[in-house]
Write a protein that binds this ligand. Structure first.
Ligand code: IMP
Ligand code: MG
Length: 187
């Protein structure tokens, strides 16, 4: 799917495919430098991190193992509450391992804050975080992301894994939706 397929549903492209590619190359190079040897387990957070996990991992020039988790935060509407439920757990035992969580976006930061603690409690040796995007609100919760792609304004974004009602995850860029898409008629 691309911008043409979206017609007037797209408000604007915020981060292009080329910019994402370039930034992920930089982050992959940084990861290669930070983990010169030893074990590294990439944990992708489903579903949003899928494109980033695929693209990033192919730019890393050292051995990695890849695993996936799916979590859902309880909360009304678009606000997360900080209470997280595991929908799909890892296959791997993280005890004694170096883990790098790959996430689409840090919004409130509650999900990643919980996830890092959860993996440390399982005995992970280290837990780092990569987020493709970060919103300014993230500063409100203490999530020290080690690798951040782009800081973005506090707007609802779609694409490159991020959805609105499960659509638009397959856009190659990050963009914003036109108002009429999420404003229900008659309200
Ligand atoms: P947090 O716990 O508030 O940091 O929630 C992060 C999760 O909320 C992300 O993994 C996304 O699934 C979702 N999310 C946050 N902001 C957006 C957005 O702008 N568009 C789509 N999903 C979002
Ligand atoms: Mg997510």
């Amino acid at each position: 799917m691309d911008a043409n397929d979206m017609g007037n549903a797209l408000e604007k492209v915020l981060i292009s495919e080329e910019e994402l590619d370039q930034r992920l190359s930089e982050l992959a190079a940084q990861i290669d430098r930070d983990y010169p040897e030893g074990d590294l387990l990439l944990v992708g957070v489903l579903k949003g991190a899928a494109p980033a996990m695929v693209d990033l991992s192919r730019k890393i020039h050292r051995p990695v193992e890849m695993d996936w988790m799916a979590v859902s935060s309880y909360g009304a509407g678009t606000k997360s509450s900080g209470v997280v439920r595991i929908l799909k757990d890892l296959d791997a035992d993280v005890h004694g391992r170096n883990v790098l969580i790959v996430e689409d976006i840090i919004d409130s930061g509650l999900t990643l804050h919980w996830l890092r603690e959860n993996l440390l409690n399982r005995g992970a040796k280290s837990v780092s975080i990569l987020a493709v995007l970060r919103k300014p609100d993230a500063a409100k919760v203490a999530v020290d992301a080690n690798y951040v792609g782009f800081d973005i304004p506090n707007e609802f974004v779609i694409g490159y894994g991020l959805d609105f009602a499960e659509d638009y995850r397959h856009l190659p860029f990050v963009g914003t939706l036109a108002r009429h898409v999420y404003e229900v008629e008659g309200e």
